[in-house]
Design a binder for this molecule. Structure first.
Ligand code: ADP
Ligand code: TRP
Length: 331
């Protein structure tokens, strides 16, 4: 059985993009693979979150994951900082990683541009910690978006380098896992091509949004005055509404509005009302579960304790072996 691993930085609530782009596939994958899903709270420290926010964000992601359908019995669901093996492996790997190669990483260069007053060493060593996350479980597959591919490539480099340096065939080289045909990009409500909380909070519909909030956000979505000739290509903002509709509405509903558009009869007010209703219906069961879970700290504590135990079982033998190979042995 393949070991699949994915981490997410706790930086806010999960939105429909996270759901359709990642979570939905995780829920399927947990049935057939040995899955490890963790909340990368160490990684999120690079941007210096307020301690109270960090705790809340970790809880929110955990709750959203569970509410959407991740099953802590089937998958290993844990918090990164509950697995100290990651830190040790990260330190050990770092001895064979060179400053130059870290400085050339595009996500690092991007951060230097975006937060020039906080170019901390954690940002530089981010790919080492991420490699440790993956290698500590000797994962086979890592579902990642385009922006993480370079990190994964570095993980393979570090793994191969360790194997070569110590003359062992220990670390497997993890591959990016993409969902092929099912790879979807959910657009934003602001006319942008990607729903993203890092780019624009207002473009997002969160799994935890109430029906009133969803309705308000959808009704405010960008549109135009409508097509003047039949069968014209759609401007980006309008295509976005259709893409969102394809995600949550029935094919008949989508077809109805396609025809309305192609025949220049479309009323965006009606379309948005329908889209809001379908989104609310789609999110309702998840939303309900979110409310239940938020007030069930006992259950959440049980989930993370179980996750930490299972993650430890998988990680401990790796670190034991690496220490041994490196020469860290009892006197
Ligand atoms: P954000 O851009 O809101 O900060 P993240 O980078 O935390 O989102 O997203 C975590 C994962 O969710 C990504 O690796 C990707 O798989 C998925 N994802 C995020 N936004 C979208 C989107 N708009 N469409 C499809 N998948 C998405
Ligand atoms: N860097 C990833 C992101 O920003 C999060 C992450 C940390 C991760 N460790 C990981 C993803 C290990 C996959 C595997 O989205």
């Amino acid at each position: 059985m393949d070991k699949v691993l994915s981490g997410i930085r706790p930086t806010g609530f999960l939105h429909l993009g996270n759901y359709f782009g990642a979570l939905k596939n995780f829920i399927k994958m947990q049935e057939e693979n040995d899955c490890y899903f963790f909340i990368a709270d160490y990684h999120s420290l690079t941007t210096h979150p307020h301690p109270a926010d960090l705790r809340t964000n970790v809880k929110n992601v955990l709750v959203d994951y569970l509410a959407a359908g991740l099953d802590p019995e089937k998958a290993t669901l844990y918090i990164q900082s509950d697995l100290p093996e990651v830190c040790e492996l990260s330190l050990l790997l770092s001895m064979n990683v060179y400053i130059g190669e870290l400085q050339r990483v595009s996500s690092f260069k991007e951060k230097v541009r975006r937060q020039p007053n906080n170019v901390n060493a954690g940002l530089l060593s981010y790919p080492i910690l991420m490699a440790a996350d993956i290698l500590v479980h000797r994962a086979d597959k890592v579902p990642v978006g385009k922006d993480q591919e370079q990190h994964l490539e570095m993980t393979r480099d570090f793994a191969q380098r360790f194997n070569n340096f110590y003359g062992v065939d220990f670390f497997k080289l993890p591959v990016a896992y993409n969902f092929g045909q099912e790879l979807v990009k959910i657009p934003g409500l602001d006319g942008s091509t990607k729903m993203s909380k890092s780019d624009n909070e207002n473009s997002c519909i969160y799994l935890s949004d109430t029906p009133e909030v969803i309705r308000k956000k959808v009704m405010k979505a960008v549109t135009d005055s409508g097509p003047i000739e039949p069968n014209q290509p759609k401007p980006q903002a309008i295509e976005n509404l259709f893409a969102l509709m394809r995600a949550v509405s029935s094919p008949e509903t989508v077809q109805f509005f396609e025809t309305e558009y192609n025949e220049c009869r479309i009323r965006y007010g009606d379309m948005k009302k329908q889209l809001a209703a379908d989104m609310i219906a789609f999110i309702a069961p998840i939303h309900e579960r979110i409310l239940e879970l938020r007030s069930d700290d006992d259950y959440l504590r049980k989930v993370v304790r179980l996750g930490a135990e299972k993650a430890h079982e998988s990680a401990a033998p790796t670190v034991r072996f690496v220490r041994e190979v490196i020469g860290i042995k009892p006197l």
